[in-house]
Each structure stands twice: as C-alpha cells, then as structure tokens.
Design a protein around this ligand. Structure first.
Ligand code: PMP
Length: 444
C-alpha cells in the first residue's frame, strides 16, 4: 500500500492543475455528515460535495439500491432500449414536479450536459438561436454551458470566442445594481426587469430569443434567491414573446431549499427544468424535464449519450426519492434551517462581528453569509486566498483547520452552507460553533 502522504504527492504530480482543491489531504471514506481524510482527520462536511450528497455520504438505502442494481443490470443503453430503473425513476419524479405540465424526461450524467441539452432543445423547438442568461449565473464548464456561465472569468479564460448568441442580464442581487444589502425584493425585481426590457429593445429582438435561463437561487454567483415577483415577471415576458423559460435546479433542487424545487416558492411554471446533484446522492445523474409537446418536436436520435440515464444511477435516484419521504427529510430541513438562521443571527449580535457581516440569506439548507469586503469591492479571484481582504476564503480556511469543510461562492465575500439535508441537530450545532469561532478569529 502506498503511504498517504505519498498518495497526495502522486496526485499533485499526475492530476491536472486545472482542478482547484480545498485541501491537499486525500478523502478515504464518507459516512453520513462526515468524511475521513488520510491524515487522520474526520471532517464535518458542510459542502456535501457541492450540494450532491444531500442524504449524507453512503446513505444505506441508496447504496444498497445501487449495489443491488449492480448485480442486475449496470448499463442499459437507453438508445437501444428503455431500462426499468429509468422508467421507475420517472414514476417517482412525476408526482413531485413543480408543475403537472412537466411530463417528459431525458436523463444524462452531469449538470453541464443537461444545460447543453436544454439549450439545444430550446433552439430546436423555437427555431431561434439566442439565449438570455443571468449575470453571475453558473451552469457548467463544457462549451455551451461555459458560454451561459457568467460567474467568474476563470471558467472560460483562454477559450473565447464562446458560443455566440448569449446575452447576460442583471440578476436581482443588490451588488449587481450598486444597491445596499437591505434593498427590497420589489425594487431589485423592478430594476432587473427593466434591464431585461432594455436588453430586449436595444440588443436582441425578443422574436430572436429561444430561452431565458436562470437559477431560481443563484448558486456560484452568491446564493441569492430570486424574488417571486422577478420570476413572475420573467414568465410574463416569456409568454408574451414565445420565449422558453429554463429553470436550472441543479443545485437548488431536491429539497435543498426546503421545497422539492426552489421554483415552487414563486409558483412559476418552467418550460424546461434542469436537475442533477441531489437527484442521486452522488451517482452521476442529471435530467432535462420538459413537456411532451416540446420534446415531441425532437427528432429521434437528436438526444442521447452512452451513459445517459445509467441504470445504477437511476436506481440510486429511485432510492433517494423514497428515502426523502421515508426519512422525513423535508421536516428535518425546516427544523435545521431555522436553527442555522438562529445561530447566524446570534453571531451578528456581536457588534464587531455584526459590522463585518453584510447579509445572511437563503432558503432551507442553501444559506449564505456575506461579509463586508474590506476594500468595498468584489474580491479579485486572482488575489492570494490568504490575503487580508479575502475574508470569506480566510474563514473557510480557518474552518478547515478546525475540521469543518465549508465553501465560498464566487466573486463576493460569501460563505455558503450546504450541509446534508438529514444532518442531526447536534452536528449542525457543532458546525455552527466552529464557523462562529473561525469568524471571530479571522475578523478580530
Ligand atoms: N448548474 C448549476 C446551478 C450548478 O450549480 C452546477 C454545478 N455546480 C451545474 C449547472 C453544472 O453541473 P455539473 O458540475 O454536474 O456539470
């Protein structure tokens, strides 16, 4: 057996530098809300592999369903024949769709692929080429997904020109409008819809727009829920001009925000919904969900992929859907969410700390704390993470030293909380305590 430190060195030598990492240690095991590192540390995991292992690492029901499926059928090429787990998963998902019109499914492997497929479907169905995306939006790192991603230049550096026909528009996040954090949702909504109006009158004619693409809670771009009035406004614009509304629920879906899908908070109907991450608790699976009337326009063979809708991943997805109900995950999210917000409110009561925290926001267990930038501007991603102006990165690093995995978001001073949805009261409190200590140590 290779020694653990040798293993890290091996990785440093042979794994692409293009991957960023939180720690140089090697993960050897995952169990519930914890991961074991090869340097002996047991980390409390408030990242869930970026919103994936929502039911905790190696959830017994999900792992067993996958193991059973491995002994039955691993690969059932969906371009050759339907396979049972694919169809069983659709049966489980139909009743939880945010709108009954969403009745046609295509499963893929990753969120990025699903984004690509959704763009393709929208172009095909409407016969139009252009896509409106959100400033700060993140949709992936493959070529089409990269073009609609506008959260950080690093994702597309050296790759321009990107896919043409993508128009970014301001998201209702106060930073993007030069407004203070206490700006009302109505004002943010109004200003963002005004920007959209300008875009549609000055830059691209609405009759040439295939789709508007949005995360209902912008993830990488700051963990900001879109106001109901804004999403309603988008729906109205889409209906008026025959534009499709694509809702990217890759990070916010599957109870992450307390409802199955974050779009439910608005009551708005998506034309296409993209899901991934929490759908199968770690097995590679994503989905493009739309209505039959749209997908019936596609030519057979225009969608597909060797591993698309893998049988083991679909079986895991079925088990996730069952476990979410049986384990009463929605109730747990509601209780833990309240405790998390209470703990952050308590932290803000300290005058010195409070003055450094600009905003606490989110829904369910998709929650952010935004620090005041000491320079008053968004941080420069190229600045050394330990530089004094980079508060969020320094807090995350301090948490790491205290055995808590926690992530930042993109260009602002934001820490994101994405703990397992079934985390216990005790583990949540433990993580909150570590976070509070780390903030005090960094800020003071
Ligand atoms: N959309 C959103 C909202 C995401 O958060 C992500 C991943 N962080 C993606 C798309 C891309 O998914 P994947 O990494 O599985 O390709």
């Amino acid at each position: 057996m290779r020694g653990v430190s040798t293993l890290t060195q091996f990785g440093q030598k042979h794994v692409t530098k293009g991957l960023g990492r939180l720690t140089e240690a090697v993960v050897t095991k995952g169990e519930g809300s914890y991961v074991q590192l090869d340097d002996g540390r047991r980390m409390l995991d408030f990242t869930t592999g970026i919103g994936v292992t929502s039911l905790g690492h190696c959830h017994p029901k999900v792992s067993k369903a996958a193991a059973d499926q491995c002994m039955n059928l691993v690969h059932g090429q969906c371009s050759i024949a339907f396979h049972e787990p694919y169809l069983r998963l659709i049966e489980k998902l139909l009743p939880i769709m945010p709108d009954p019109s969403l009745d046609s499914f295509f499963f893929w492997n990753s969120g990025s692929e699903a984004v690509e497929g959704a763009i393709k479907m929208a172009r095909w169905y409407t016969g139009r080429q252009n896509i409106i995306t959100m400033q700060g939006g993140y949709h992936g790192r493959t070529f089409g997904a990269m073009a609609v991603t506008r959260s950080k230049t690093i994702y597309s550096e050296g790759c321009h020109p990107l896919m043409p026909g993508v128009f970014p528009v301001a998201y209702p996040y106060w930073h993007q409008h030069g407004l203070p954090p206490n700006t009302s949702e109505d004002e943010l909504s109004e200003r963002s819809l005004y920007q959209l109006d300008l875009l549609l009158s000055q830059q691209v004619n609405p009759k040439d727009v295939a789709a508007i693409l949005i995360e209902p809670v912008i993830g990488e771009g700051g963990y900001v829920p879109a106001p109901k009035s804004y999403l309603e406004g988008l729906r109205t614009v889409c209906d008026k001009h025959g534009i499709l509304l694509i809702i990217d629920e890759v990070q916010s879906g599957f109870l992450r925000t307390g409802k199955y899908f974050a779009i439910e908070y608005s009551g708005v109907r998506p034309d296409i919904m993209i899901v991934a991450k929490g759908i199968a608790n770690g097995f590679p699976l994503s989905g493009i969900i739309s209505r039959k009337e749209i997908t019936d326009k596609l030519s057979p063979g225009s969608m597909g992929g060797t591993y698309a809708g893998n049988a083991v991943a679909c079986a895991a997805g079925v088990a996730v859907a069952d476990a979410m109900k049986e384990d009463k995950i929605q109730e747990n999210v509601a209780a833990r969410s309240k405790e998390l917000f209470d703990s952050l409110a308590e932290l803000r009561k300290d005058a010195e700390i409070g003055s450094k925290i600009l905003d606490v926001r989110g829904r369910g267990l998709m929650v952010a704390v935004e620090f005041a930038s000491p320079t008053g501007t968004p941080h420069d991603p190229l600045v050394d993470p330990s530089a004094p102006q980079n508060l969020a990165k320094r807090v995350a690093k301090r948490c790491l030293e205290k055995n808590l995995f926690i992530l930042t978001t993109s260009v602002y001073e934001v820490i994101r909380f994405i703990p397992p949805l079934n985390i216990s009261k005790e583990d949540l409190a433990k993580g909150c305590k570590i976070f509070a200590e780390a903030v005090k140590e960094v800020v003071r």
